[in-house]
Design a protein around this ligand. Structure first.
Ligand code: GTP
Ligand code: MG
Length: 555
């Protein structure tokens, strides 16, 4: 397959999308307009990890004078970046230019002594600004400008979208509103780095990396923070013993299995987080799960955190999603819209259960984009063919190799609009033969189901596994029914053009906004529902409804 070359990979919030990149004119070269340019996933990760190691998180009085605050801190060294946010109080993230500044800062920072209470003298990088006077911090009475770390309520989103002029603009607006900001990503890396300081008590060379939606380009403000305790970088791990002569090796504790080893490491680190981690509350050790984890809330950031270990495949999945999301701006836009639509109708939930997960839903969108007549996304097998020697990756016997260099990927000239794609997405899954077929992004085509789970989505890197094994028939039926209803709605002219009252401020939900309303059929109202029964649908809808009737969803 001949894929058009891509060189504007990251119109994510790290960079910004521009009108110039919105139309994918055939054979036109994309413009690089992001500071991350063509950097690979790991290059970006390493840079952000390094920035986080030079950063501190400081709780400040609400009316902190930003200028005086920065002037006070800059006595320890140059400051690269600083922003404030609110989360049960005002916090500042301060990134120094050099790591040495932290040594100086730690030297001048006191461990508090509190009457009637004792403190654990753990010197973390979570600090509090105190003013014992007479520094007047409230010179200008205004609070420092705060960067939002959460997103707006769904009702406000519906209002906002209703004011847009087209469904394409609604989809772009939803993505802009929901996606992680550069500051929020910094904060996520900083929380990992703070956690690393705790884990480093046992494993000084460890790294804690964010994965999942914090880094894969599909994260929504407020999403959880998935973390991975990476012990692979510990020196000596891959040191080969000499074939002859003397050598030393470490005496180590042994465990019956990798899993048992992961469980005991997480148990101890979880205990440390619970006992000594400032700001970490509600620590739960969920060690019997398929993927053992420690769950807790990090209060100063407001993040719900899941700490795992030995989870390389999930890291690889994050990299793959990041790659797909960076190839064409429509990918992220469609994923954001579908995820928001699914959440609005309780197709997905923040609680694990028999419903479709955000991860599964994302894979379904990717698959749909591979299945366009002119594919928007290449198959995973194609990405594997393009891989260079450094991309080779085998994890627990599974080949996870795929290209990391965006510039090697050529995309085809698909010019479908977001509106068309959203409509077609609903039609595609409203009529998909879930009873017989499995979704497979490696091959980019459906395959016969190897087992009878209602929804079968092959795990891209562990082909024997179904990422949606948890989904029951009822949940799948709800998804399919909603796809059909949404497809139908997008066919109705009254729903897919702005209401005439828009100009006068009467922003009745339409288009994507109407699809997000609690019950789609309620949006039509009694009149709409009656109309639906009375009026003959367009030929296309009739055809769709016919095919919908014929394809039974088997659970
Ligand atoms: P959010 O709902 O925004 O948190 O999306 P997420 O992508 O972060 O999902 P989640 O927190 O549930 O999982 C984190 C990561 O773990 C995902 O991005 C995947 O890489 C991986 N993951 C989650 N569920 C599965 C699964 O069922 N199978 C596999 N192979 N990986 C999964
Ligand atoms: Mg997550």
């Amino acid at each position: 397959k001949c894929f058009k070359k891509v060189d504007s990979c990251f119109q994510r919030k790290f960079g910004t999308s521009t009108a110039a990149t919105k139309t994918d004119a055939p054979n036109k070269k994309y413009k690089i307009d992001s500071k991350d340019g063509n950097k690979s996933f790991y290059t970006v990760q390493e840079e952000k990890i390094e920035q986080a190691e030079r950063s501190v998180l400081i709780s400040c009085p609400a009316k902190t004078n930003e200028k005086k605050f920065l002037s006070y801190l800059s006595r320890h060294g140059d400051i690269n970046k600083c922003f404030f946010y609110e989360s049960y109080g005002t916090y500042a993230v301060v990134e120094f230019s050099n790591k040495e500044s932290l040594t100086s800062l730690h030297e001048g920072t006191a461990i508090p002594s509190i009457n009637h209470e004792a403190t654990v003298p753990f010197k973390s990088r979570l600090l509090s600004l105190r003013n014992a006077g007479p520094v007047d911090m409230s010179n200008d009475q205004s609070a420092p400008p705060c960067q939002p770390q959460t997103t707006i309520h769904i009702n406000d989103l519906i209002q906002r979208l209703s004011k847009e002029a087209s469904i394409d603009q609604q989809i772009s607006s939803l993505t802009e509103t929901y996606q992680l900001t550069e500051e929020n990503v910094c904060l996520r890396f900083l929380v990992c780095s703070l956690l690393k300081d705790i884990a480093a008590a046992y494993f000084p060379e460890c790294t804690i990396r964010p994965f999942g939606s914090s880094v894969n380009g599909f994260g929504k403000l407020g999403c959880d923070l998935d973390m991975f305790l990476d012990l692979d970088g510990i020196s000596g791990r891959n040191l080969k013993r000499p074939k002859a002569g003397l050598s030393l090796e470490y005496q180590t504790k042994r465990s019956a299995s990798e899993r048992a080893c992961t469980q005991s490491i997480l148990s101890v680190i979880g205990e440390c987080v619970d006992q000594f981690g400032p700001g970490c509350v509600g620590v739960q050790k969920i060690l019997q799960a398929r993927c053992p984890l420690v769950r807790f809330a990090h209060q100063p950031s407001g993040f719900q955190c899941d700490l795992t270990a030995n989870n390389r495949v999930a890291m690889k999945s994050s990299e793959l999603l990041y790659l797909y999301g960076g190839l064409d701006r429509r990918v992220r836009c469609l994923v954001f819209s579908v995820r928001c639509w699914a959440r609005a109708h309780s197709i997905t939930s923040s609680i694990p259960g028999a419903w479709i997960s955000n991860f599964s839903l994302t894979v379904m969108v990717l698959f749909f984009l591979q299945r366009r007549t002119i594919p928007i996304l290449p198959t995973l097998d194609h990405l594997k063919e393009l891989a260079g020697p450094l991309d080779k990756s085998v994890i627990e016997g599974n080949d996870c190799t795929f290209v990391s260099d965006f510039t090697k990927i050529r995309l085809q000239d698909n010019t479908e609009t977001l509106e068309q794609l959203l409509q077609e997405f609903f039609e595609f899954y409203g009529t998909f033969a879930f009873n017989r077929m499995s979704i497979n992004i490696r091959k980019g085509r459906e395959q016969n189901k190897p087992e009878m789970s209602p929804l079968h989505i092959q795990n891209p890197f562990e082909p024997a596994l179904n990422v949606s094994k948890n989904v029951n028939g009822t949940q799948l039926e709800r998804f399919v029914a909603l796809c059909r209803e949404s497809a139908w709605m997008l066919q109705q002219r009254e729903f897919n053009v702005p209401h005439s009252g828009s100009a006068t401020g009467n922003n009745a939900p339409w288009g994507l906004a109407a699809l997000l309303m609690p019950s789609v059929s309620q949006v039509a109202g009694v009149k709409g529902r009656k109309k639906r029964k009375r009026e003959p649908a367009s030929e296309r809808i009739k055809g769709l409804l016919e095919s919908l009737k014929n394809s039974e969803v088997k659970s």
